[in-house]
Design a protein around this ligand. Structure first.
Ligand code: PSU
Ligand code: MN
Length: 306
């Protein structure tokens, strides 16, 4: 990134790591501010950063605070994002407005990708990406995450997409937009809370080294999309599909009845699932995201040695 960019504030730890070409892992903040309740969200945020550090990787959680784009947050900033009703949800569409109006916002997958890439970070770990919603043929509700994945060259580690979305349509959309979806030690697209969606993958990698070689070749060939690493939840943390689907149906029906649209849809569904499963979906969400942070850190380590 151009260090004179007046809109950015890169924290000293991340700046040092980037200048020395040490491994850095980007993390999003919408999952903290709009994806999990307080105080579990702040506990999760600290655990994710600690897990990256333990592996020798510098975490860079990204957010916008009073109009400034922050690459890497301190504990006070994380706490403020975790426990504050006035934090906006900022997708890539919303970044310039948040900066111009000096707002405070948590960044989604799309915004985090764009900003991490500008800052020179190549690897990003999250829980689940946004995707094509089930009724997209009438609502046109397709997440900006998919657009950003098609145009920003970096490695994104996720556990697939949850069944609040239409998983087959999301997968088709990624194919149409030429985003390589790589199963990590699997040949199936994972379904977030559970390991299997029954959608077969044609690409898979078994080690961080294989993922890195793929990414290097991808860029050498002049391709500009992201590589989506689909890392299934560990078996011991899975929620069986038939169990979670029941609750998803209830949450989706409520969303429809309450006429919730646009950027409010995903936070509403995530919140209702936590309530309907008495916290089980939250525990699972945290487990799978930490598993992605682990794999993302391993990939960042290998990439930093190239
Ligand atoms: N999926 C999850 N947890 C999340 C999100 C998605 O399992 O917290 C968040 C991510 O920040 C993602 C955003 O980028 O929701 C997608 O929102 P939308 O559907 O409005 O594009
Ligand atoms: Mn949407």
């Amino acid at each position: 990134m151009n260090p004179s960019n007046i809109h950015f504030s890169v924290n000293p730890e991340v700046e040092t790591a980037l200048s020395k070409k040490l491994p850095v892992l980007a993390l999003e903040s919408t999952i903290i501010a709009h994806g999990m309740p307080y105080p579990d969200n702040i506990e999760f945020a600290k655990q994710a950063e600690a897990l990256a550090r333990k592996q020798g990787v510098t975490p860079a959680t990204i957010a916008i605070i009073d109009g400034k784009i922050h690459i890497g947050l301190d504990e006070k900033q994380l706490e403020m994002l975790a426990n504050n009703e006035n934090v906006e949800k900022v997708a890539v569409r919303d970044i310039a407005f948040a900066v111009a109006q000096k707002l405070t916002g948590a960044t989604t997958v799309s915004a985090t990708m764009h900003l991490a890439h500008l800052a020179g970070i190549d690897v990003f770990a999250t829980g689940g990406i946004g995707g094509v919603h089930g009724n997209a043929e009438s609502t046109f509700d397709i997440s900006q995450d998919l657009i950003e994945l098609s145009r920003t060259p970096m490695i994104v580690v996720s556990a697939g997409v949850k069944a609040i979305l239409d998983i087959p349509k999301t997968f088709e959309y990624l194919e149409t937009n030429a985003v390589p979806v790589v199963g990590y030690q699997t040949n199936e697209f994972p379904a977030f809370y559970s390991r299997s969606s029954r959608i077969p993958l044609t690409l898979s990698c078994n080690t961080p080294d294989e993922v890195v070689r793929l990414f290097v070749a991808h860029k050498e060939i002049g391709l500009h999309s992201a590589i989506l690493v689909a890392n299934p939840i560990p078996e011991s943390d899975e929620i069986p599909k038939n169990v979670i689907d029941k609750y998803i149906d209830i949450a989706l029906a409520e969303c429809d009845n309450k006429n919730i649209h646009g950027k409010a849809v995903t936070p509403f569904l995530l919140k209702r699932l936590v309530e309907l499963t008495a916290g089980k979906s939250l525990k699972t969400n945290i487990a799978l995201t930490l598993n992605n942070v682990k794999v993302g850190s391993q990939i960042a380590l290998v990439l930093s040695k190239k």
